[in-house]
Design a protein around this ligand. Structure first.
Ligand code: BGC
Length: 544
């Protein structure tokens, strides 16, 4: 492993993230090289040519660090090492070297809001007792009530239940997620220094960027004030305010100091190292504060993901996102699915209807200017697996709320006749979650070179997005007049022009005047001087 030389000179390539297609690899479910039923770094390495051929620019890898895996690796016990489940640091170095050789960049997940309860700092905090410097790195507090038997305040875990757990000596500690994920005290200088060093550790190993987990959470309001309600008192969960209201444990102004300290570290490395925030804020304006030349490069905009299947809903979120991106001077991020949310095939209606809409949504997304995030398996049109047996579900939220994110985390089907469809090496039968029998026809092998398959649609669309001058840049979109329920916008660069049309009107429509069809999510038929665009379909047309 070579250490990167420090330099601040910038090149045009440093802006790669502005229009990149980033593929989210959910490591434990992507590809299993050692037959243990869990995806790993060597599995990713073997499948890099697939990702290059798909046409993505970068991979975002979910956490692969040493962890008890209570929250699938978002509970980190050692930020500078690889969990044996996924390999070791040599595997990481080999994987990133091969990725770079194929022109693929690597973004890793950084989890700074909380550690695992198995982190040596937390073990030391428990051992050292109340009032000790070791406890200062976390958020320990005395309880309320005569004997301190009540939590210090009314905060609620995102995974349900109180955000506080009491330890044997009577103090309570804060965990905004699972009790196995104690929140760090980001007002402590050692915490700040530690994470700055962890960033450098991975930058030195060559990573091109970071996805910052719970980027809005690290600073809590002074005095840890009550929210004023929670599921216990009013039946309303505090997490319902995410992205809509203020909470004393999220989006505090002081959190920006952390990113202002991180940015010079990223900028001191060559090659355009970037960071994207997973942040929830009350308003788009407050979300925009995470982005800028002295903070982070991007923040996920989940409004596109949350848009319902209607032309008005999409148009509104696209316009808002593009307007905001102009204000902050950074391109929007477009996301349809990730490892925390129900897969969009299912959100859009499941079955054939859901798949048709998901394919159309992909063409809509890929035609927009900005950075696109593709969640593994969406290129195969995978639906949410809704009928996983409860005893196999592993999401810690399931035990506390009955809601589980396991259905979007089922291992990828690569090929073959029987589950787990080539997830592991030939003959390997293990997979940490079972793939449904219906996934045989959705595997990579089944869809490769199959006319009309979702995989080939993604490959074609991504190739055009990269190569077509009208789509490759960041030029603005122009909305075109259409009939109700139809979205049409144009991208133009010089003489090149691409029009994206999405039919959400509930009936087939005839479109004309946009030029030659480039790609469509469903078969187009010629009619007179135009084309019939079927219901729930999208197409790109070009004129040069
Ligand atoms: C991640 C989740 C995780 C949580 C706690 C989220 O932002 O995406 O998967 O459970 O953070 O780390």
């Amino acid at each position: 492993m070579a250490s990167a030389p420090r330099t601040t000179s910038r090149t045009a390539d440093d802006d790669w993230w502005r229009s990149a297609v980033v593929y989210q690899v959910y490591v434990r479910s992507f590809a299993d090289a050692n037959s243990d039923g869990v995806g790993d770094l060597q599995g990713i390495r073997q499948r890099l040519p697939y990702l290059r051929d798909l046409g993505v620019d970068a991979l975002w890898l979910t956490p692969f660090y040493t962890s008890p895996q209570v929250d699938a690796g978002y509970d980190v016990a050692d930020y500078r090492n690889v969990d044996p489940l996924f390999g070791d640091l040599t595997d990481f170095d080999e994987m990133i070297t091969d990725a770079h050789a194929l022109g693929l960049r690597i973004i890793v997940d950084m989890v700074p809001n909380h550690t695992s309860s198995a982190h040596p700092w937390f073990a030391a905090a428990l051992a050292a007792g109340p009032g000790s410097p070791e406890r200062e790195r976390y958020l320990f507090a005395e309880g309320k009530g005569e004997q301190g038997e009540l939590p210090p305040n009314d905060w609620e875990s995102i995974f349900g239940g109180p955000a506080w757990t009491r330890v044997v000596d009577g103090q309570w500690y804060l965990h905004l997620f699972d009790p196995a994920q104690p929140d760090l005290n980001w007002r402590h200088p050692e915490v700040r220094a530690e994470f700055e060093d962890v960033l450098r550790f991975w930058l030195d190993r060559g990573v091109d960027g970071f996805r910052i987990d719970v980027a809005h959470g690290m600073i809590k309001a002074e005095g840890l004030p009550d929210v004023g309600f929670n599921s216990m008192t009013t039946g309303q969960r505090q997490s319902e305010l995410l992205g809509k209201g203020r909470l004393p444990y999220f989006d505090q102004d002081e959190v920006h100091d952390i990113y202002r300290a991180w940015r010079p570290i990223l900028d001191s490395y060559p090659g355009g190292r970037m960071a994207v925030a997973e942040a929830w804020a009350e308003t788009p304006q407050r979300l925009a504060r995470y982005i800028g030349p002295d903070e982070l490069h991007q923040a996920f905009s989940f409004d596109f993901l949350d848009a319902t299947w209607s032309a008005d809903s999409f148009r509104k979120v696209i316009d808002t996102a593009l307007a905001e991106s102009t204000i902050v001077g950074a391109p929007t991020t477009w996301v349809l699915s990730n490892h925390d949310r129900q897969r969009h095939v299912t959100r859009y209606g499941d079955g054939e209807v859901g798949l048709r809409r998901a394919r159309a949504a992909a063409l809509l997304m890929f035609a927009l200017p900005g950075c696109v995030y593709v969640y593994q398996g969406e290129e195969l049109g995978l639906p949410e697996v809704l009928d996983l047996p409860d005893e196999l579900r592993q999401d810690p939220a399931f035990r506390r709320t009955g809601e589980s994110r396991d259905g979007c985390r089922v291992p990828i089907p690569w090929g073959g006749e029987l589950p787990p469809y080539g997830f592991g090496p030939d003959g390997s039968e293990l997979s940490w979650l079972p793939a449904p029998a219906t996934w045989r026809s959705l595997s990579v092998a089944a869809q490769t070179a199959a006319p009309g398959s979702t995989l080939e649609l993604y490959r074609t669309a991504l190739r055009i997005r990269h190569e077509h001058p009208a789509l490759a840049g960041l030029d603005a979109i122009t909305w075109l007049e259409t009939e109700p329920g139809v979205l049409a916008f144009r991208r133009t660069t010089g003489d090149a022009e691409v029009t994206c049309v999405v039919n959400i009107s509930g009936a087939d429509v005839t479109v004309r005047g946009y030029g030659r069809p480039l790609v469509a999510s469903a078969d187009l038929t010629e009619r007179g001087d135009g084309h019939v665009l079927p219901v729930d379909a999208a197409a790109w047309f070009e004129r040069r």
